[in-house]
Design a protein around this ligand. Structure first.
Ligand SMILES: [Fe+2]
Length: 436
């Protein structure tokens, strides 16, 4: 027999539950909020967040900072399967370039300590544009937090992240909970500004690491970062000055075949762009993982990347190439045709040591391709400057700059036929590789 009183109590309890999990801003239990870019990062932003409740609001309130009028947008909702985490994603468009925006989930954020901010990219390079880059991010939450805080201190426009985010291996969703929590707190820049992510996939996003099935073996990477119909390899153009080309070094897409063909087309379409950066996870010119009887460059996967990607990179001359996975710091000499070419070669920056235990680096005399290598946690910060060449600097987690190089030539191109190619005849002299 159901009496009136328990029913009223049940209704009251249900009401409280609804208030706690419904449209109340303070009851969102946001695991993490993060930004990714739409096709045009100068006029739009994609706001993504993860929480625990299928029934929560999907409404984002936003406005340009300093204006009065709020606008709202409704996020798409999906489950970050096979976990029970809930993902929401909304693309905000029609924004003005190089402007600050503020937003809240479920309600208008009241006060500077509420909600989050973002900034659209400038359409032209009329101010310093800075991005940070690195990968191999989270052996432990503490290590991730430390380098994320350093990233935030640099106030970058965005972060180009080269894979091995959470070491979830396509399985451990709780590691993504940690990663997202750190990114939305430790990696917050001034005024609660979130740093947009340009992601590349690594082996630790994928069950088995290599040759994974899409999206089954990398459900969280694909769920969080690849929009429906999208791919792990992609290109992004920013205004009239910058392009990013991001590749999948065999984790869910083969290195050879369609991806290599796409790379050739993507680079050809960006031949005239002032600045072009390429990023992928496993290195062509690595530091710490070689076969038992060989050097890091002898790794079969490195050789495969050089065979299928390097001819295109050599032809179109990216400003720099970011590589990861080896848990070291490295800067290569300028290389072309698998030889040192100081005038016109490509430079490779790596090797993925954002928040992981580092590995020893090879002795300088054995690694002819390396200008500098250290077993040191770091991130790269790249400054695009209106009236100077781009500057690449390596920061450790305490903010110490321990390497610095101007990226000149900005677009290294093949030497025209008939001109001498600058390749040293003897083995090049090397800076000592320190192992701090
Ligand atoms: Fe890796």
């Amino acid at each position: 027999v159901v009496t009136g009183r328990p029913t009223a109590l049940a209704a009251l309890v249900l009401g409280i539950v609804a208030a706690a999990t419904g449209g109340v801003a303070s009851g969102q239990d946001v695991v993490g909020v993060y930004l990714t870019y739409p096709a045009d990062p100068t006029t739009g932003m994609v706001v993504n967040w993860v929480n625990l409740y299928p029934q929560n609001t999907g409404t984002v309130w936003f406005r340009e900072t300093g204006t009065d009028e709020w606008a709202s947008a409704e996020a798409e909702h999906s489950q970050l399967a096979p976990s029970a985490l809930q993902l929401r994603r909304v693309e905000l468009g029609g924004l003005r370039p190089d402007r600050p925006y503020e937003f809240g989930i479920g309600s208008r954020p009241e006060g500077r300590d509420k909600g989050w901010r973002f900034r659209t990219m400038p359409a032209r390079l009329e101010r310093l544009v800075r991005f940070v880059s690195g990968g191999d991010m989270m052996h432990s939450r503490e290590q991730l937090d430390r380098m994320n805080r350093q990233a935030a201190r640099l106030e970058p426009d965005f972060a180009l992240l080269g894979g091995d985010f959470a070491y979830a291996n396509g399985v451990a969703a709780m590691r993504w909970v940690d990663w997202l929590g750190s990114w939305s707190s430790a990696a917050l820049a001034r005024d609660r500004r979130l740093i947009p992510i340009v992601p590349a996939i690594g082996n630790h996003e994928v069950r088995g690491g290599y040759g994974g099935e899409i999206p089954k073996d990398a459900p969280y990477y694909y769920g969080l970062f690849v929009r429906p119909g999208g791919r792990s390899y992609h290109a992004l153009d920013v205004g009239d000055y910058l392009s990013l080309v991001v590749l999948d070094s065999g984790h869910t897409e083969a290195i050879a075949g369609p991806q290599a063909s796409w790379l050739a087309e993507a680079l050809a379409a960006r031949e005239a762009r002032p600045y072009l950066f390429v990023a992928y996870h496993f290195p062509a010119y690595g530091t710490a993982k070689g076969p038992a009887d060989g050097l890091a460059v002898d790794h079969p996967r490195s050789a495969e990347i050089r065979e299928h990607w390097l001819p295109h990179l050599d032809r179109f001359g990216p400003t720099a190439v970011f590589e990861h996975d080896h848990h070291t710091f490295k800067r290569t000499h300028r290389l072309r045709g698998h030889r040192r070419d100081d005038e016109n070669g490509l430079i490779f920056l790596g090797d993925g040591a954002w928040g992981v235990k580092t590995r020893p680096v090879p002795a300088a005399e054995s690694a002819w391709w390396l200008a500098k290598a250290e077993a040191r946690n770091h991130l790269w910060a790249i400054d695009l400057r209106p009236s100077a060449p781009p500057l690449a600097r390596a920061f450790d987690e305490d903010g110490e700059i321990f390497d610095e190089v101007e990226l000149v030539p900005v677009r290294p191109m093949p030497v025209p036929e008939g001109l001498p190619v600058a390749v040293p005849e003897s083995e090049p002299e090397l800076e000592p590789a320190t192992a701090s």
